[in-house]
Structures are given as C-alpha cells and as structure tokens.
Design a binder for this molecule. Sequence first.
Ligand code: NAD
Length: 275
Amino acid sequence: MSKVPPIILNNGIEMPQLGFGVWQVPDDEAEQAVATALEAGYRSIDTAAAYENEAGTGKAIAGSGVAREELFVTTKLWNTEHGRDSALRAFDASLAKLGLDYVDLYLIHWPVPAKDAYIDTYKAFEEILADGRAKAIGVSNFLPEHLERLIDATSVVPAVNQIELHPHLQQHASREFHAQQGITTEAWSPLGQGKGLLEVPAIVAIAQKHGRTPAQIVLRWHIQLGNVVIPKSVTPSRIKENIDVFGFALDPEDMAAISALNEDRRLGPDPAQMA
Ligand code: NAD
C-alpha cells in the first residue's frame, strides 16, 4: 500500500500531499467510493457542503475502522452561507452531516466578491479554529487580490488555497504568491477532469517511458512541484492507480515537457465572477 507523504501547513498541522476528491459523487455512492479510497490507503478526503455528500462521506469514515486522528477531512462553506452567523451555522450543519466533532480543514469555497462578505466569513472561521473544531482554516478559488485583502484584515494567514490547477492551467502568479505568504497550494481538477489532458501526446509519451499511466504522470508532476492533489474517481482500479505515484520520479526533462503545456485555460468558473 502506498504511503502518502505529508505537507506541513503554516500552523504546523500535517496534511497528506494526496487525497481523494468527491465532487459529483452522489451521496448514496459516496460511502462506497470513500470506503474504497480508505482501503486503498488514502487518508485525506475532500468534500464540501455543496457536493451534498458529507453524510455518505461520514458513513464511510465511521465504518472504516481507521482512527480519526489518522484521517484528514476537508469540507467547505458554500456561497449562500457567507457572513459570520450563517458561516457558524453552516459549519455546525457540515459537522453534523459528517458525524464528526472536528474537521481537519475548513475552506471558504469561493470568494464571491460581489457579496463582499468573505472577511466576515473568515472571522467566523477564526472562531472555529480557536474552538479546535477545525485544525486548520483556509480558502478556495481566491485570487491573489482577495488573499491580500483577507490577510490585511484578519489575523490567521490561510493554511491552504485550493484552486483549479493542472498542466493546461498552471497558475504561476497564484503559486508564487502562495509561496511568498506560506500558503499551501492545493490543486482541484488535478487531472483536468480527465478530459483531453490524459491523451496529450507529450504526456502519453512520458507515461510509456516510465511504464505508468497518463493520470499517474500528471499526478506525479503535481507532487514534484509541491502541490497537494485530490484526484477523484469512483472506479476502484483508478482509485488505486491514482495513489500509486510515490514509487517513481519524473526526470527534469519530463517536468519541463509538462510545464510547456500551459494554456491558461480554465475548465471551471472565473473566481472573480462566480456568485
Ligand atoms: P479530476 O481532475 O480529479 O478528474 C476526475 C475525472 O478524471 C474522473 O471523473 C474520471 O473521469 C477521470 N479519471 C480519474 N482518474 C483517472 C485515471 N486514473 N485514468 C483515467 N481517467 C481518470 O477532477 P475533479 O473531480 O473536478 O477534481 C478533483 C476534486 O477537486 C473534486 O472531486 C473536488 O474534491 C475538488 N474540486 C474542488 C473545486 C473547488 O471549487 N474547490 C472544484 C472542482 C473540484
């Protein structure tokens, strides 16, 4: 079984560098998918209130026999819940659905700049952190301008910014800003949602060279850059394949060939516009 190395977050908490994402997994399938991932050795699970599968995720955790302290559970506050009081209520609801008394990481899902409420929301997150009900707090889909404003107005630098990141959208400005601020970069849709990216000839050629799959090559590229990744699959063979990326290394020329694929092309929404 693969052992996933940890990243040390800016508050000293350890987060596995590779976890299991459950976006678009229906609640009644999440229990099985998460159970398969936990059996395969994943210890980090990425869910969100908006995925409507916190309950199924929680059932898999409860039934897994894995000690709570060995797990790293992330969930996120949805866009309709911005503001201090609604954030505190949303957090309680997420914990109840998960059946947990704390999460490892609580994220603001999107900044929703049009609402101009993410600073109040984050102040509620600081209260949750102080209570010990989240071991770390952070954000998702924040642009550097949002982070700058947040850091100026609050006292806890986000531990993580979870952003869309894959070889077609390499996010150089965000990654550089995060590194300067001590924020860990977590890649969502690390495989580019499996659409097209895994057939790119340069990636297929590197896969053949190493006797690995294109998905493993892309995940390994992220790992060697220092990104946290949370690939999603409901197919048991792919769930196992996606965590088996710690027994080989890409050569500098492989890294360079993948880094040359950047097109600054988003699959998901623009964080400045998402409401
Ligand atoms: P992904 O890049 O992980 O791709 C998943 C898809 O790739 C699968 O549905 C499957 O079609 C394919 N795939 C997976 N493993 C494969 C393999 N080994 N071989 C071939 N194809 C394979 O995309 P994602 O689900 O969008 O992102 C991963 C996770 O990131 C999500 O589940 C969620 O937890 C998180 N996420 C967060 C946000 C956010 O706004 N914060 C947005 C999207 C996703």
